[in-house]
Every structure is written in C-alpha cells, then in structure tokens.
Design a protein around this ligand. Structure first.
Ligand SMILES: Cc1ncc(COP(=O)(O)O)c(C=O)c1O
Length: 445
C-alpha cells in the first residue's frame, strides 16, 4: 500500500512546518521556498490573517451547495475581484484546470447563444500550459506533459514569442509582429467562423519559465481577435493577482482579455479555489441562457475557500504586495543577474515582478540547449534542494523536447534579505555544478 506520486523512485520528504518563505521537512533544516510551492503561495506560508479568517469561516458554515444557498464570503469575493480587475461577472471552480475548462465553455456558449454554434474551436500557443485535464492538456503546448497523458504530439501551432531564440535577422519588434501574424494566418486557414477563442498566458509561466513577449505583440493580437470575432481568454492562473508586479500580467501590456482565469494566486496555496472573470459584453450574452450557467462542480463556491481567498486578497492589499512585487521584483531580477554574471551555464535570466526564469545551456557560453535526455532542469532543482533552496523546474520548451530552466518565484512578501540569499545560493549552486558530471548522472523524471 502506498501513496501514488509522480516519482516512485524517490519518496518526497515529509513537511513538518511552514512559515513565511521557509519550509522545514522531517529531520532537516528549514529550506527557503523560492518558488512559492507551485508558484501559488503568493502571501507566504501560514499567514496569521489567512489562518484566522479561514478558521473563523469554518466555525460559521463549512459547506453550502451553490444551487441551494449562497454565502457571504463567495458574494464578497465575486464583488471584490470584479471591482478590482474590471470585469462584470465571476464564477468559481476548484483548480486552474477547471477554470480553463469553464472559460472555454463560456466562450463556446457565448457564440452558440448568438446562433453560431460552429464557432467552437479554441486556438492556443506552442509554449503553454493550461492544465492537466484532457481538454486543457490538449490545448497546452507543453509536449512532455501531453506525451505522458497519451495526447498526440503535434499540439497547438500558433507560436509563442520566445525572444531569446528568435531568428537572428529580426528585431524584437519584427519578431513580435511575425508571431502575431502567424495567429492571423491560422485564423484565416481554419476560418474565423469556426473559432471561438484564442487561449493565452500573457506572460508564460511554468512551461516557458517567465517568457515576456516583445512590446507591440499584444496590441496586435488583440486587434486580430477583434477583427475576426475571436474572444481572447487570458490564462492568469499562475500570473494573476500580483505575481508579475501588476494585478494581472495583461495589465503590463494594456491588454484586456474578454475572459480571465485565476487560480494559484487567488487561493495563495491555502485552499483550492479558482475563478473565471467575464467582461460585460460576454456576460450580457451569457445571461440569455435562462437556466444560468451549468458549469459548476460540487464544491464550487465553497465558503471556506472563499474566506481564504478574501483573506489572501486582504494581505495583498494591506501589505501593498502588487507594488512591492513590481519594485522589489525588479531589484531581485537585477540582483539575480548580477549574482549569475559570467556563469557559462546561464543562457538568459528573464521575467518580471516575482517571476524569474533562469534558462540553462551548455556551459560554453554558446547558449545552445542541453539535449533533452539529460534532464538538466530536474538535476539543478535537486542540487538547489541540497543547498536548502526549493526552486521549480521548466523544460521541453524548445522544439517540444529540449530546453531547461529553473523558475524563481518566491512569496511576494519575502524579506529583501532572504531574496538576496536566494540570489547568492542560486549562483553558488550553478557555479558549483560541473555540467559534464551532471549530464552523466541518472536522469529522474
Ligand atoms: C498557466 C496555468 N494554467 C493552468 C494551470 C492548471 O492549474 P491547476 O494545476 O490548478 O489545475 C496551471 C498550473 O500550473 C498554470 O500554470
């Protein structure tokens, strides 16, 4: 009898204590959580306000079923998110994957209710991750995860801008335009009459290690979508609510998607809850369905998760964490670049706010990727863990196989001194790694 995990060869250490930006495992020292778990614990671990509010709600009502009763915390959460982020309606689910499924169904229904049910296809991009259900994985470009699920390997083909590896003859702006043009080409090829929406991460999170597109890309994409009656769905499950130094990553580009999905940053890692935000025009159409939206899961609108999310929002507001992520995040990124200067294995450090990717390459300063079979990202994660630093791996973003990076995404209230320790430990780990020896080590999943 065993707990089934993603790795039968190495049982995970048992966590015994988590506070702020640190986690302690049985028999070990405290490690710095430099990636907020799965880039979700945005306000740190065991924040007293979140704990107090969650426990208080549990004592009032545990669960009420959304078709029978509503609750004060879920009503408050919907109001706050819509007011803060500029949307007209909010619906809730439990995970990011479910939110993306609900966003897709909302987009399709939006067209069906206008007598255009054939407008149902969803376009998405080559470097992307939208969830682990069959639908969301099939819309994700992340090939290793698709392969594991037995979903065939071709995947979405609208290119995700990947500035580091753009064709040498193109300026950043030209490259952004070419990537936007590829979307329009694809819409024309399939026929706009068959397409409901374009699903995107405004800044690519885990699948591309904090890829920020060139300036000018998003305005062009928005215009193309408008021109062809294609809704834009922003997957802000990872980037939403402060992670990138703005309330939403789309805000960096003055972009406004028609539908937005939130998840990790909304629940802060405390209790599962995710959200879909609908713009006024989309909601107006969906209101024509008199029965309301039949999208719910049993535990959607859970009062305890909602109380938790309200408390996470309180902390983000009270501690001014969006502004902090912007300002201190810029300093953190620069400190990271300074600390890693001259390390041959570092191809690029990219990102913004509290979301940074360190892309790894062969240690000869050529920036050529490691062959995929060496699983270098996982090995670096392991080396960092031995040095008391929890970081997040990214891989498979080059030609659907290669590409290795580690992601640094600490809680938004991580003290500045701890951010400095993260930078120096990352640099020490990378500098101490002998790439040739690492390549020969057995590769784990
Ligand atoms: C951008 C993005 N979308 C969707 C998801 C899926 O969220 P969940 O794992 O909560 O289902 C993730 C998870 O990593 C994500 O990063």
């Amino acid at each position: 009898m065993t707990l089934i995990t993603s790795d039968f060869t190495r049982p995970a250490p048992v966590a015994t204590h988590a506070r702020g930006s640190t986690i302690t495992a049985e028999g070990g020292e405290a490690s710095i959580d430099a990636c907020s778990g799965a880039i979700s614990c945005n306000v740190g671990h065991c924040h007293p306000h979140v704990l107090a509010q969650t426990i208080a709600q549990l004592k009032r009502t545990d669960f009420v079923y959304r078709t029978q009763l509503t609750s004060a915390p879920i009503e408050e959460l919907a109001q706050r998110l819509c007011a803060r982020l500029g949307y007209a309606g909010a619906l809730f689910a439990n995970s990011g994957s479910e939110a993306i499924e609900a966003a897709v169904r909302s987009a399709r229904l939006h067209w069906a209710l206008q007598g255009r049910p054939e407008k149902s296809r969803i376009l998405s991009r080559s470097i992307s991750y939208h969830g682990s259900t069959e639908l969301t994985l099939s819309l994700s470009g992340h090939a290793p995860r698709r392969r594991d699920a037995g979903i065939h390997d071709t995947g979405p083909i609208v290119p995700t801008p990947y500035p580091l590896r753009r064709p040498g003859h193109m300026t950043l702006r030209e490259y952004g335009t070419a990537c936007a043009q590829a979307l329009e080409d694809e819409i024309l090829r399939i026929g706009a009459g068959n397409i409901a929406a374009f699903l995107v991460e405004p800044i690519v999170g885990a699948s591309g290690a904090a890829m920020v597109p060139p300036e000018g890309y998003w305005p062009q994409v928005r215009a193309i979508c408008d021109r062809h009656d294609v809704l834009l769905i922003a997957d802000e499950v990872l980037t939403g609510l402060g992670r990138t130094g703005a309330w939403l990553a789309q805000d960096h580009f003055d972009l406004k998607a028609d539908i937005v999905a939130l998840g990790k940053g909304l629940n802060g890692g405390y209790a599962p809850i995710s959200c879909v935000l609908l713009s006024g025009p989309v909601l107006d159409v969906l209101r024509r369905q008199e029965t309301g939206l039949r999208l719910g899961h049993t535990h959607a609108n859970h009062p305890v998760s909602a109380a938790c999310a309200n408390a996470v929002l309180d902390v983000i507001e009270d501690e001014d964490l969006v502004a902090r992520a912007s300002c201190e995040g810029t300093r953190f990124g620069q400190a990271l670049r300074d600390a890693c200067k001259g390390i041959g294995m570092v191809a690029e450090i990219r990102g913004c706010g509290f979301l940074w990717g360190v892309e790894l390459s062969l240690p000869d300063h050529s920036r050529a990727p490691f062959p995929a079979q060496f699983a270098m990202a996982s090995k670096l994660v392991k080396a960092a863990s031995t040095a008391g630093l929890i970081v997040y791996p990214a891989s498979g973003f080059i030609d659907r196989r290669a590409g290795d990076a580690i992601i640094l995404a600490p809680p938004l209230n991580t003290p500045s001194a701890v951010l400095d320790v993260i930078c120096s430990r990352v640099a020490d780990v990378l500098a101490a790694c002998d790439a040739t020896t690492l390549m020969q080590e057995k590769a784990y999943a």
